[in-house]
Design a protein around this ligand. Structure first.
Ligand code: PEP
Ligand code: MG
Length: 913
């Protein structure tokens, strides 16, 4: 671990001189410079595969252009030299009147940005060379269609003419010919269209369509550079978190044609099925067609296997090439190819995208085949993919009626009757019905309703709203912030944007992954992966290749990881589930719900007690139930650590609602029935009301103002521990103090806790030592970690509050209020509540962990905020060498996998090797 305060590791840029590389000069490792497409074309060329010749203009040239508004000085000359070589290789010349060379000019950035940037095909055609092409190909229609396409694409992309103007003219011609499809137009029609398109160019751009092929090429290259910054490309990059400064490479490649007759065609193929991971080639072929026709779905494609009957030689060659590529890339590859009059050409390859199920299956298969080792197999899958496999899903084939979309806050597919309050949800669920709890937003009182429901839907709030955090914790499907729905709890109904009214009892379906809300029931298919992860051997279907691959990779991840993985669990059921899912203990047991429901009244009495006797009486009522809570959880986690956090929320949450109470008192007064109890309660509720409760009297502050509450909890923990020990069990509680900002706060609570624990030990005649530590969730605590560690035996970073207080964001408000604007403006690519803000909040964590360990070398340091279950954050916590992460039980497998991946990736192997 390096000292996080040391910031001297600035990278130095290296000037790149050469701006153009022949396909034969690069390799797949040159993606930074040649882009993904260029690097892979170079790799295939190097492998001796049939790639049409060409060259790549580097991303550095693009960056130069974007920075300065002009191409690098040497670029024109370099392009000229490579063009000459290309002409030499193909034996054709750009613009030649007899037999012209045509080239494609395609974008290709380091990261795939499908359809986001520009391409110009058939560059090199002119009024003269089109005649040569017609003669050479023996196909007039083909030549004029190619020229028509060039003017259209060039006009749109290079000259910025509205594409619709060309489309309208094309449609008009089709109508005049009573043609349904483009292919029905004949050479004469296309020739006329060429003239019309040239007119459009002149009128719209004020210049003639260039008849100098080199000028066409140079302008097309520039247009591709510029397409890096189109609106849609920028938005895509922001969403995918691709840095804006990378720029695109440009690939200039000799054109080959799949539309030269029945012995030509074009297709896409995968070396394995990217949807299921099934072994065996898979793809589509379209004879007598160009690449765009396959994508546009103009005609029905044939399965790749049919190519065998159409052109056995090309088919065999293609299969050989695919096998070569897969062995070489050691992964699933997808390819694009064209057959020109019986000759196969490879136009593109890359490591292919795949579904979550396919990712696990393929990683397992490749490891079995010896192409990759287990470490690498682990790198081929992600925690997000695992999470996707863990949730039930809507049957993809089923029809559905989408009515609105919000934020997917906790994944899964849930179907049930809409219920608009907790009590109804509980009653219906008890009666055996599936329920979706629909609220504007939830609060702690909704907990029982949430537990009873299949899913939770709110019209307000963001991904860290109460509904989202609690639902994720319970593994309950949840969609939040569906602002388009008008939820009216009074009327027990909501209205959809098209005016449909959904009343209590109507069935709805919600998708917690996509945030979609449907009317009616959409059929759901359950997850076999979850059953297998629960360690239920009987439930494991050994023939289910997805399940066996998941288990195998989980085992490897567990063997690899250094980070411990604990769970945030507050109930015995959650504790048991977490343990089954592989949790190494509980990292955060929140205790607030233990004070709600029927017990809330007793807490109210503690707060409002006028005498010590009244208070002690209420506390005495709470203690046995608290002890029972802890006993059950400690039993479920026998032998493993359980971090119990003392009460955290603001006190007023345990008191009646201020508005309700005010109304009650006012009504009583108006009707002459003076209600003293209500009036006194109102005064107290008013006194404790806070404008900003999240920054008010909560956590340790509450514990210091009403010390009896913390003392009660500590005593209950100590007694539960002593009881279990005396029964021969191995309870391992840890006491955690929330919202500490100053060491003095912790000292004070620690002193009380030690006295209480000693008391219980004496009474039970046993030795009792329970570690006492603190949450680090305020910047001041992080900055004084050195002092706090002298008193704390462990730190647990509450990164939810730490994010809130470091940014000055109110967790419950900001996500709906302005995060969408922030994300759109690129202020951050992802909410800092979701993925740790490494530079700010992460730096505080890193400094506090470092300074804490400086003052106490055996200090245990973990994370229990939502980030503990987030893959990117887990990699960061591994990097700064924290001891464990803690997350909701359902995310425990995800965290185990990611902790293993973080450790086994190449960098880590080098560092530890
Ligand atoms: C935190 O702040 O990160 C935390 C775990 O506590 P809570 O979310 O309960 O405030
Ligand atoms: Mg907190």
């Amino acid at each position: 671990m390096t000292d996080p305060r040391d910031r001297s590791d600035e990278l130095e840029g290296r000037p790149v001189q050469q701006y153009v590389f022949d396909f034969s000069q690069g390799s797949k490792d040159d993606k930074d410079l040649l882009g993904g497409k260029g690097a892979n074309l170079a790799e295939m060329t190097r492998l001796g595969l049939p790639v049409p010749p060409g060259f790549t203009i580097t991303t550095a040239a693009c960056r130069h252009y974007l920075d300065t508004g002009a191409e690098p000085e040497s670029l024109a000359q370099e392009v000229g030299a490579h063009l000459a070589a290309l002409q030499e290789k193909t034996g054709k010349r750009l613009g030649d009147p007899e037999d012209p060379l045509l080239v494609s000019v395609r974008s290709g950035a380091k990261h795939s940005m499908p359809g986001m940037m520009e391409t110009v095909l058939n560059v090199g055609l002119t009024d003269i060379s089109v005649i040569g092409l017609a003669a050479r190909s023996g196909d007039n229609r083909f030549a004029w269609d190619s020229y028509r396409r060039l003017i259209q694409m060039f006009g749109k992309t290079v000259l910025g003419i509205d594409g619709e103007i060309f489309d309208e003219r094309l449609e008009a011609r089709k109508k005049a010919r009573q043609a349904e499809a483009d292919v029905e137009l004949e050479a004469g029609d296309l020739r006329m269209l060429v003239e019309e398109f040239k007119d459009i160019v002149l009128v719209e751009s004020g210049r003639d369509f260039p008849q100098d092929p080199r000028q066409q090429l140079d302008l097309a290259i520039r247009a591709v550079f510029e397409s890096w910054n189109t609106e849609r490309a920028r938005i895509y990059r922001r969403q995918e978190r691709i840095p804006d400064e990378l720029g695109t490479a440009v690939n200039v490649c000799a054109m080959v044609f799949g539309n030269l007759g029945p012995d030509s065609g074009t297709g896409v193929a995968f070396t394995r099925d990217p949807a299921t991971g099934e072994q065996g080639v898979y793809g589509d072929y379209l004879s007598n067609a160009q690449g765009e026709d396959v994508v546009a779905g103009i005609r029905n494609t044939l399965p790749l296997a049919d190519l065998e009957h159409l052109d056995q030689a090309s088919y065999d060659e293609l299969l050989n090439i695919m096998a070569t590529l897969e062995r070489h890339y050691r992964d699933l590859c997808d390819i694009e190819f064209t057959i020109e009059r019986g000759k196969l050409w490879m136009l593109q390859t890359r490591v292919g995208k795949r579904t979550a199920a396919a990712a696990f299956r393929i990683a397992g298969q490749l490891a079995d085949e010896g192409l990759i080792d287990e470490d690498e197999a682990l790198q081929r899958v992600t925690g997000e993919q695992l999470a996707r496999l863990m949730f039930p899903q809507f049957d993809p084939a089923a029809p559905r009626d989408l009515v609105a979309r919000g934020m997917g806050a906790s994944p899964g597919a849930a179907v049930g009757k809409a219920a608009f309050d907790s009590a109804t949800a509980v009653a219906w669920s008890d009666a055996g019905d599936d329920v979706i709890l629909v609220r504007r937003e939830t609060n702690p009182d909704d907990l029982r309703g949430m537990v009873a429901s299949r899913g939770v839907l709110t019209s307000r709030g963001g991904k860290t709203s109460h509904a989202a955090v609690v639902a994720r914790g319970m593994g309950r499907t949840c969609v939040v912030g569906v602002e388009a729905l008008r939820v009216d709890p009074g009327e027990r109904a909501f209205t959809t944007p098209d005016g449909t009214r959904v009343v209590e009892g109507d069935v709805i379906s919600i998708d917690g992954g996509t945030g979609e809300v449907y009317l009616g029931e959409v059929p759901v298919v359950p997850s076999a992966v979850v059953d297998a992860l629960h360690g239920d051997d009987a439930a494991i279907d050994q023939d289910d290749e997805v399940v066996t691959a998941v288990l195998r990779l989980m085992k490897h991840a567990d063997g690899r990881r250094r980070l411990g993985v604990r769970a945030n669990a507050d109930t015995p059921d959650d504790a048991r589930r977490a343990r089954q899912l592989g949790a190494g203990g509980i990292g955060l047991c929140r205790t607030e719900h233990m004070f709600l429901g029927p017990r809330r009244k007793v807490v109210e009495r503690v707060i409002l007690a006028r005498t010590d006797e009244q208070r002690t009486e209420a506390l005495d009522e709470l203690r046995p139930v608290q002890r029972a809570d802890f006993t059950e959880i400690l039993e479920a986690m026998d032998g493993l650590p359980v971090t119990i956090r003392l009460l955290d929320p603001p006190l007023h949450e345990f008191l009646p609602d201020l508005t309700d109470l005010s109304v009650r008192v006012a009504v009583a007064e108006a009707t002459g029935q003076h209600d003293t109890e209500a009036a006194e309660l109102l005064a107290e509720v008013r006194r404790l009301d806070e404008t900003n409760p999240m920054l008010g009297m909560r956590g340790v502050r509450l514990g210091l103002v009403i010390p009896e509450l913390f003392a009660l909890q500590v005593r209950a923990i100590a007694e539960a521990t002593a009881d279990l020990r005396q029964q021969g069990r191995d309870p391992r509680p840890e006491i955690m103090v929330p919202l500490v900002a100053a060491v003095q706060e912790l000292e004070s609570v620690r002193e009380m806790a030690l006295t209480t624990i000693a008391d219980v030990a004496r009474a039970h005649r046993i030795e009792l030592s329970i570690p006492i530590g603190t949450m680090i969730e305020l910047p001041r605590a992080a900055m004084t970690a050195h002092q706090i560690a002298e008193v704390a035996e462990f730190f647990s970073f509450g990164t939810n509050d730490l994010t809130q207080t470091t940014w000055g964001f109110s967790r419950d408000d900001v996500e709906a209020a302005f995060f969408p604007a922030y994300l759109e403006k690129g202020i951050f690519g992802v909410s800092p509540f979701e993925s740790i803000d490494e530079e700010g909040v992460g730096r505080l964590v890193s400094i506090a962990a470092w300074e804490g360990k400086e003052s106490r070398t055996d200090l245990k340091v973990g994370v229990c905020g939502e980030h503990g279950g987030d893959p990117a954050s887990i990699h960061f916590f591994e990097k700064i060498l924290l001891d464990y992460v803690s997350c909701s039980p359902f995310r425990v497998p995800v965290a185990r996998l990611e902790a293993g991946r973080a450790r086994s990736d190449a960098g880590q192997r080098e560092a530890s090797g």
